[in-house]
Design a protein around this ligand. Sequence first.
Ligand code: CO8
Length: 257
Amino acid sequence: MTEAHIKVAREDTVGIIQLYRPEVANALNRKMVDEIVNQMEEFDRDDSIRVILLKGNEKAFAAGADIDEMVEETALTLELANPFAVWDRMTLIKKPTIAAVKGFALGGGFELALHCDLIVAAENAKFGFPEVTLGIMPGAGGTQFLAKAMGRAKALEWIWLGQPMSAGEALQYGVINRVVAAELVEEESMKLASQLAKQAPISMRLIKEAVDAAGDLSLIEGLKLERKNFYLAFASEDQKEGMEAFIEKRRPSFRGV
Ligand code: CO8
């Protein structure tokens, strides 16, 4: 068996996946994407995990899809292999996901971060879509995520020029959540993960579903979904626990049931 391209760890209730192909700036080959998604799904099923964190190394979160693997592809080999089916599974993850980004997040690497719910970036992080310089285009959601996050004009400019954007610019355009000094990225990401891990898991899941739907549904449909999820939250024991803890002036202890 070939070596794994990820490293997996657990810290308390946070499941951590580290991308691990340092010799190629964490370029994503199919095996690596498979491993990432399989592990995300395993954490998603695991009751002892509340939050999933993805990280790379100092140089790169991930420098895009593996160009050596892609160079010989044809439209037909891609169509038959359907490499994006595994990416679609990422959109079904129910627990909160965080990308901790240092260095390069390019092409498919940027798209991987965009598949996470929240992005914490180092000041030196570089986000970009160089696909146009390779004669291709983003294929794992880049055009859709960016247009939704920053609007059509800025998304087109950014993807057409193929130039990386700084973490500060990405923050300004609402594409990422936080920018911190490189040496603090892991600490800040873990702090954020621990805060999320203390919230009621079922609330978190229902909120994620409703917020994700906001971009696709009409206001009336979105309000209906929100209401349905609001009612569902009252089916959980955690709703009783949260409200009783408030009345008894103590901290709630949520069990995700
Ligand atoms: N694929 C393959 N190898 C890579 C990649 C990559 N994407 N990125 C870096 N490497 C390799 C380099 O070839 C180099 O290998 P070697 O030491 O054997 O020469 C090693 O990693 C280190 O890289 P550099 O020497 O180039 O390091 P620098 O610090 O000079 O530059 C950069 C770092 C800026 C990240 C540079 O390597 C670079 O520009 N990389 C390519 C970035 C890119 O074009 N990414 C987009 C790829 S296309 C894409 O992502 C499409 C996504 C579609 C969806 C996904 C479907 C599966």
